[in-house]
Design a protein around this ligand. Sequence first.
Ligand code: NDP
Length: 482
Amino acid sequence: MTFEYAPAPESRSIVSIKPKYGHFINGSFVSGKKHFPTINPATEEILSHIALGGLSDVDKAVIAAQKAYTKTWSKLSGKERGKYLYRIARILQERAREFAVLETLDNGKPIRETRDIDIPLVAAHFFYHAGWADKLDYAGLGHSPKAFGVAGQIIPWNFPLLMLAWKVAPALATGNTVVLKPAETTSLTALLFAEVCQQAELPDGVVNIVTGDGSTGAAIVNHPGIHKIAFTGSTDVGKKIARAIASTEKKATLELGGKGANIVFDDAPVDETVEGIVNGIFFNQGHVCCAGSRLIVQESIADEIIEKLKVRMAKIRVGDPLDKNTDLGAINSKEQLVKIKELSAIGDSEGAERWSPQCNLSNKGYWFAPTIFTGVTQAHRIAQEEIFGPVLSVLTFRTPQEAMDKANNTPFGLSAGIWSEKGSRIFWASQHLKAGVIWANTFNKFDPASPFGGYKESGWGREGGRHGLAAYLKNGKESGSN
Ligand code: NDP
């Protein structure tokens, strides 16, 4: 006998969304000229209208950030900067529920994830970097390492507030000021963060937020007052940024796409592995640059793993992101849904076999059922390209070396997972994988102390940990800049 889940929706009354937002420049909200709607991808309801930043808005923000850098922020001791970061971290914790609900509304990800993963990690990033602010001399990055000045930061829509924290916390801890552009479809939590900066009495101009689209991002990249760029997003835009700054002195960290291999050896604990595969690809609707989007499983256990995976997938609850029992929420935008559908159709036409559990998907909003493709070969586009959705491509191997060759055979090198009972096998495999982050018998675990970044087309440099600090300091030894 099975019981149905009763609806358990989180109330949205805790958030108050204004009908229209401007930019946050020099400590105040200033009106924008043009606006575009931001919607709830689960319902297509228009939540608000966001300002479309142009060259003059970016210019004002950079001037405010330069002034704040020279007049205030660079004059404060690390200890004083750290106090502001601690204050921000505590306010984020106090307002965690409000941020979680707002993120879920604007992004479409389940409240269970915003509440238990995104927002706690956001606060953790500020706490972690608050601790470093007065200890930079002891970080092994040289004596009295110096900030660049103004950092331009451009972030994507998959972890809106978490990506803001990954960018803003190390920049402020190391003494830089910031001009940040959130993604077009998910600006609301960044704008609420601006209120947190006011509440924490952060000096004016230390954090500036200019909302907008790709042209706003390009204006930040090309502004002569920006000395360091931190970008997370697609490899295509990362390449454009690399080209734009090639003949300048600007430094950059680029955190780009991935096609992570989740490698399962025949001695892996089956049930835990199946849970790890699900977490690797269906967490955050698969909108994860380090997702385990390729399952590379030893041939002798492939049938058993796939059978159990299908049973587990049939239990994934797809639906209202605000419901506390939802596992898989809405796809963030219509454009992303089109891309997922197109690449999946290519998987069909290339001869892979598609399977999804029965799901009742709403007619309103953007939805895609959890999907696996079996019979995938390395030549298939679904084995090479980032789908950035809840779609898993399954490949098999016979020997450990074949697993390594297949895992490394993409243009990317961001993440990998290894499932095996043998420590020696895990160490051997981790030495042969070209991936910036490798998990063993787990997947998609994040910590502010742990550096994150990729090889090849997955980007330049590392974010997080001591390595991430280096990327915000002139001559930071660990910097993976251009
Ligand atoms: P983009 O790379 O286009 O967007 C990332 C950020 O860059 C956004 O804030 C975007 O603005 C901004 N941007 C766009 N063009 C420029 C430019 N020329 N110069 C500076 N900044 C720019 O990713 P998309 O949102 O379009 O997603 C496309 C694909 O990228 C996805 O399908 C996925 O495969 C991949 N992706 C990877 C991510 C990762 O974490 N590795 C994250 C997001 C996407 P805006 O979007 O507001 O117009």
